[in-house]
Design a protein around this ligand. Structure first.
Ligand code: MTE
Ligand code: MO
Length: 374
């Protein structure tokens, strides 16, 4: 598996966990382009990296469909209309470190991968829509509500081995791509070769890699990743009192943004203005980032990123931004950013506002402290 990591990923990746392998790009690398080069796309794994022979692979389409089918890789690539979407995948754990720092002192133990602000990546994904494949099976039965995805990796849950299994509601079928290409190249093993799901607007956890079965169900998946992980718990839920039913299953990602430069703790020399760069993303459906604002004084004044300082609007992708912010001459300053989406949502002010025991979806305004010298 390290051999796969070394072959497929950039030497510049920041390793977050070595097994299962998890890594994110650096702040410098991630803002170079709207489309993340494949070797720099973050990696989130729960277990091993399966090496699957595409010619021996098939996809089982089963459950509450009228005519269950199995299709080969060649069939997937050649018999259906293909679709390419520019889509950002965001791990629900991105920016988790801020929640973990918030909790220090209250909790003796920090759980989950300590992602900083780069557990996300953008690619042009090519494949067949899930809707097309379900139509190929003669459509769904009337009681269908959710679609379950099976990934071929082995993942130990409470010491029992299982595959990686989650589900999405059937209303996401038209948006969802059963993908075999990432930026015009065959999927890398580490990103799910030969075929993965890409679910726009939803947390990365639903975009199942090493996909081998699609099963239509009359309820969300009962598998542990769906029913016991990626839950959004209440403020009162913790290690000693949690019940799975306290959390709801996270679907769409909320609006978020982060500052990529300057870096926290940097001494910044300037003559009245400081250049600040970062990313902004929003999930859900029918949604995109409309505006980004930056404050040099912890949210007292907000400066809008001008039109020429932000990359194009894509329905399913992030926007990278850059802005020169009028900045006081000297001293420690707290810079923060916030984005607005097409549904008029913006980000919570405090990490505390969204704190949850499993530390998912950190989307409060990101802060950095710099020392300003004019
Ligand atoms: N699919 C399988 N089979 N196994 C996994 O561990 N991780 C999920 C998702 N799909 C995962 C998976 C999570 S939590 C995320 S955020 C995305 O894959 C990450 O996709 P990437 O590694 O291609 O960036
Ligand atoms: Mo994730």
């Amino acid at each position: 598996s390290w051999e796969t990591v070394r072959r497929e990923k950039s030497k510049n990746m920041q390793h977050v966990l070595s097994f299962p392998y998890n890594g994110e790009a650096t702040k410098e690398d991630i803002v170079k382009d709207v489309i993340t080069p494949n070797p720099l796309h973050f990696v989130r794994n729960h277990g091993n990296i399966p090496i699957i022979d595409a010619d021996a692979w098939s996809l089982e389409l089963t459950g509450l469909v009228n005519d269950p089918k199995s299709i080969t890789f060649a069939q997937l690539k050649t018999t259906f209309p293909l679709k390419t979407i520019t889509c950002t995948i965001v791990c629900s754990g991105t920016r988790r470190k801020e929640q973990q720092l918030e909790a220090l002192g209250e909790f003796d133990e920090l759980i989950n991968a300590p992602w900083t602000e780069q557990a996300l990546g953008t690619a042009k994904w090519t494949g067949v829509t899930l809707k097309t494949l379900i139509d190929y099976c003669g459509g769904m039965k009337d009681n269908a509500t959710d679609v379950e995805f099976y990934g071929a990796d082995t993942y130990f849950k409470r010491n029992k081995p299982d595959n990686y299994i989650v589900s999405i509601p059937i209303r996401k079928m038209e948006d969802t791509i059963i993908a075999f290409e990432m930026n015009g190249e065959p999927l890398a093993a580490i990103h799910g070769a030969p075929v993965r799901a890409v679910v726009p607007g939803y947390i990365g956890a639903r975009s199942v890699k090493w996909l081998y079965r699609v099963k239509v169900l009359p309820h969300p998946s009962l598998a542990p990743v769906q029913s016991e992980e990626y839950l959004y718990f209440t403020h009162q839920t913790g290690k000693h009192n949690y019940k799975w039913s306290d959390g709801f299953q996270i679907g769409g990602m909320p609006i978020s943004s982060a500052i990529m430069s300057p870096k926290n703790g940097e001494v910044v020399y300037h003559s009245g203005k400081v250049k600040v760069t970062g990313w902004a993303y929003t999930g859900g459906s029918e949604n995109w980032v409309e505006r980004v604002e930056v404050s040099p004084n912890a949210g007292a004044d907000w400066y809008v990123v001008p039109r020429e300082g932000i990359t194009a609007k894509y329905w399913h992708a992030w926007r990278l931004w850059s802005v020169e912010v009028p900045t006081p001459a000297e001293g420690y300053l707290d810079f923060t950013a916030r984005a607005w989406d097409a549904n008029m949502n913006t980000q919570p002010t405090l990490v505390r506002d969204g704190w949850n025991w499993d530390t998912h979806v950190t989307n409060s305004c990101h802060h950095i402290q710099i020392y300003s010298v004019n």
